[in-house]
Design a protein around this ligand. Structure first.
Ligand code: NIG
Ligand code: FE
Length: 399
């Protein structure tokens, strides 16, 4: 069994509160961390570091858990750069472009889709993302949703069936029939390759009744629930997610007090302090790329709601795979402190995926971590757009 010591860490963000300074970030100074068989087995002062077969010298830099990107749509073909340019010239975002990507995705070969997924997975990894959730949702036929998930599952264990992304054009005048298809043969073909089910609950996509029916079918076959909710306007998505015990409701751009109260009511005691069992996952890349008002993270945090940050990487509303970019936006535009944003991009993402083995650096956790080209986690927001990821370890393996 070979061991690896990450030594000479200037600032180690553990996300284990009470073991250091920085509140929830559990920051240790002048620390070291020992990895064996893909797991963290020891964390402590660099002065007490045990011997190891191999050693990485962090040279006084900051080390944090790898980013957990809990919301991404990587299985697609084509791009929508022209739609982006039109938006920047004043056109609004409506979600209607999803159907353009559906056409391109259906026409693509497995190899083309696989190449895109792998390219984006590597792109995200280089920016410090060690776990990424991947949704289907640009196939919208039984065969295309199943192959999207099969390809996604080749690179991630966190896969989500989003057959209810929009009603495809061929079902435009019979949405009830499409809901039956999603709940029946499409779910049956998708479920073996998926851990989660998601619905775009929004005007122009699926209303509360359709969304509830689809999510309940997924739950009945053992999938966990997540919801695209309250992105383009106020609506029932967040409260539906809470009603169904969703792990996460995502976007949360337009929230009423009742939505926030519903999320806050899911509070549970966790070893790291009170958390909400339904997480609000905020996706600032989407507001950036659609030139929309940002969600107000402060309002959620002050109400005790657990917040995660994710990229929403997709060719329409947010074509970024960069969690550092999302951290910087959250700090600058959403009233999060740098510490809250870094926590939300690591531990928050883990909670949104109901995972306890990632987003944290303590004995027993997966050895997923990033070494920054910076002395502190603060630099992620302080130095926006700068490539600060010096090295990534995934499962203890330098990548
Ligand atoms: O999360 N909102 C729905 N789905 C994606 C956008 C997809 C697209 O525009 O292609 C999102 O923003
Ligand atoms: Fe999305």
């Amino acid at each position: 069994m070979s061991s690896l010591l990450v030594d000479n860490i200037g600032e180690l963000v553990t996300n284990v509160p009470g073991t250091g300074e920085g509140g929830p970030l559990g920051i240790r100074r002048r620390a070291a961390l020992l990895v064996e068989e893909g797991e963290v087995v020891w964390v402590g002062p660099a002065a007490d570091a045990p011997a190891a077969d191999r050693r990485i010298d962090a040279d006084g830099a900051a080390v944090l858990p790898g980013f957990v990107d809990s919301h991404a749509h990587l299985v697609f073909a084509g791009d929508r750069a022209a739609e982006f340019a039109a938006r920047m010239a004043g056109q609004p975002y409506t979600g209607g472009g999803i159907r353009t990507t559906v056409g391109a995705t259906r026409a693509a070969s497995d190899e083309e889709l696989r190449a895109t997924v792998r390219r984006l997975r590597v792109e995200a990894l280089r920016q410090g993302t060690t776990t990424i959730e991947i949704k289907s949702g640009y196939g919208l036929t039984v065969a295309d949703e199943a192959r999207s998930l099969r390809i996604a599952a080749e690179v991630s264990e966190e896969t989500t069936f989003l057959g209810a992304h929009v009603v495809p054009a061929e079902y435009a005048d019979r949405p009830d029939d499409y809901v039956s298809l999603v709940c029946g043969p499409m779910l049956a073909a998708a479920a073996p390759h998926a851990r989660w089910i998601d619905v775009f609950c929004e005007r122009g996509a699926f209303d509360a009744d359709h969304a509830r029916a689809i999510l309940a079918c997924g739950q009945a076959v053992g999938l966990g629930v997540r919801v695209h909710a309250n992105q383009l306007g106020p609506g029932p998505g967040v409260r539906l997610g809470v009603e169904l015990g969703a792990a996460s409701v995502d976007h949360c751009t337009h929230l009423t007090d009742a939505d926030i109260d519903a999320l806050a009511s899911t509070v549970v005691d966790a070893p790291s302090g009170p958390q909400t069992s339904t997480v609000a996952t905020l996706l600032p890349g989407a507001e950036f790329s659609t030139r929309s008002p940002y969600p107000d993270a402060r309002r959620l945090l002050d109400a005790g709601v657990t917040v995660a940050l994710a990229t929403d990487c997709n060719p329409g509303s947010s074509y970024t795979s960069s969690m550092p970019f999302c951290v910087a936006l959250a700090v600058r535009e959403m009233r999060m402190t740098p510490a809250e944003a870094v926590w939300a991009a690591t531990a928050g993402g883990a909670r949104a995926l109901r995972r306890t083995d990632i987003g944290v650096l303590r004995p027993g956790a997966r050895a997923d971590l990033v070494i920054l080209d910076a002395p502190s986690h603060l630099h992620l927001a302080y130095r926006p757009g700068v490539p600060l990821i010096r090295q990534v370890l995934q499962n203890g393996v330098p990548r």
